[in-house]
Design a protein around this ligand. Structure first.
Ligand SMILES: [Zn+2]
Length: 146
């Protein structure tokens, strides 16, 4: 990640009265660097705890909410868990096979046009799927086993 971007995010957080301890800076850096992985609040807490012992789930939660307010991430709930996502509108494929969430970029295609024609303003689109492209690719490598 470019440090200029991180610095701008941290400056905005400070401006909003967020107290930036070195631990919280490490947390913000981790969240921003891993945003495309759709990690859950618990996963982020678990991973950041390895380098920042003692950081609370509540700190992670409030940091996510502030980053979402600033507009650098988006959060969504899936099966009762909060997940991090990139802020722009795209399609998230939730794979029932391996549990991961994979992004699919949306152009001004049919789904988006349909939703907009209904007067809706979608903030996230999640498709629950029996499989996902990486899962299919892995199966292909195993010789097409189903
Ligand atoms: Zn996504």
């Amino acid at each position: 990640m470019d440090d200029g971007r991180l610095e701008r995010i941290l400056a905005e957080m400070r401006r909003r009265g967020f107290r930036l301890t070195p631990q919280r800076v490490a947390l913000v850096r981790y969240i921003i660097a891993n945003v495309e992985n759709h990690e859950s609040l618990r996963e982020i807490h678990e991973k950041v705890s390895r380098s920042v012992p003692g950081i609370s789930v509540s700190t992670v939660y409030h940091t996510l909410k502030l980053l979402e307010d600033i507009g650098v991430i988006k959060t969504f709930e899936l099966e009762g868990r909060i997940h991090v996502d990139r802020p722009h509108l795209h399609l998230n494929i939730y794979c029932r096979d391996d549990g991961r969430v994979v992004d699919l970029e949306l152009g001004e295609g049919e789904i988006l046009s349909l939703l907009k024609s209904m007067g809706l303003t979608p903030r996230n689109i999640i498709v629950e799927s029996e499989t996902c492209p990486p899962s299919l690719a892995a199966r292909g490598r195993e010789g097409g086993r189903r």
